[in-house]
Write a protein that binds this ligand. Structure first.
Ligand code: ZN
Length: 305
């Protein structure tokens, strides 16, 4: 499962306006949802918009969990998406884009930015969920002088991601921000190599319209979306899909997920604790099902939304 020894920086963040510290440091009081400013933005006249596009290839493509051969797919579970949140105070505008992909190199991120002339390129932050069940956008070498990427798919993702951003801009309306950080409790994530060693904080920024309904909700949390993994023939956003679906059902608007520090190796807790695989080393069998991805939806009750 966690054999991918090659990990990549999944986020392309040129001079980020919102630092990680700002994400997690905004409001760390249990149960309190703050209305708070983001550095560089004046919230008094804040506008917010959000939109998404499905990027699932048709026909399906092989999926990649890192360097090495891709794996063919025969079905999909959920849809992989491009999701965008736009915030502006009339002077400064920022965009945050989340992609259901393993990663998204800077050269592709720049293609998206070129299609969004209304926002300064350095204010468009593009990140990947790091699902291990989506096509390769790195064009990894295939060991035969070629690569495992599909260039037409990559182009299509750039076009659709930019469409989502431009629609988010077009839909912008007066908003306030609610921000919170709290401990995510339950069987959600763990560290594969040191089970108790991981960051339990989940941070949320939610743009809320004058009608008090969510426009967009951005979630920041550390978890490897590899419940399904890349070897069972399924293309999927993994647990991030049900997570976003559940959040949109409860709060409305568009949900966007930005992963946090997954290194070394913070992953989804899909261990079946009734099935030890190697008790001495504390390894268990994993549940690799879409139902297990959906089970993790329960974590959104922790967000106080
Ligand atoms: Zn990974």
């Amino acid at each position: 499962m966690h054999s991918d020894s090659t990990e990549f920086n999944t986020n392309s963040i040129p001079n980020p306006l919102i630092s990680r510290r700002d994400f997690v440091g905004g409001a760390a009081i249990t149960g309190a949802a703050y209305v708070i400013g983001i550095p560089g933005l004046t919230t008094a006249k804040l506008l917010a918009g959000a939109a998404k596009r499905i990027i699932t290839p048709n026909p399906l493509l092989p999926v990649s969990g890192g360097m090495g051969p891709t794996h063919p797919t025969k079905e999909k579970r959920g849809e992989i998406t491009a999701r965008a949140l736009y915030l502006t105070d009339g002077n400064t505008s920022i965009v945050i884009v989340g992609l259901d992909l393993l990663g998204f190199p800077g050269v592709l991120a720049d293609r998206v930015r070129k299609r969004v002339p209304r926002v300064a390129a350095e204010n468009i932050m593009i990140g990947s969920t790091h699902t291990h069940s989506a096509p390769d956008c790195y064009a990894f070498p295939d060991g035969k002088g070629g690569h495992t990427g599909d260039l037409a798919f990559m182009d299509r993702v750039c076009v659709l991601a930019a469409e989502a951003v431009n629609e988010a801009i077009d839909r912008a309306k007066p908003a306030k921000l609610r921000i919170n950080t709290d401990e995510a409790k339950g069987k959600i994530a763990y560290n594969y190599y040191a089970p108790d060693l991981y960051d339990r904080r989940m941070s949320v920024i939610q743009a809320v319209g004058a009608d008090d309904k969510a426009i967009g909700t951005l979630v920041n949390y550390a978890i490897h979306p590899e419940v399904l993994g890349n070897s069972i023939g399924i293309l999927s956003p993994d647990l991030i899909g049900p997570l976003c679906d559940r959040l949109e059902e409860r709060a409305g608007g568009t949900a966007i997920f930005m992963n946090s520090a997954q290194g070394g190796m913070v992953t989804a807790d899909n261990r079946d604790l009734s099935k030890p695989k190697d008790p001495q080393r504390a390894y268990w069998e994993d549940s690799r099902t879409w139902e297990e991805c959906s089970r993790n939806r329960r974590w959104f009750f922790l967000c106080h939304l």
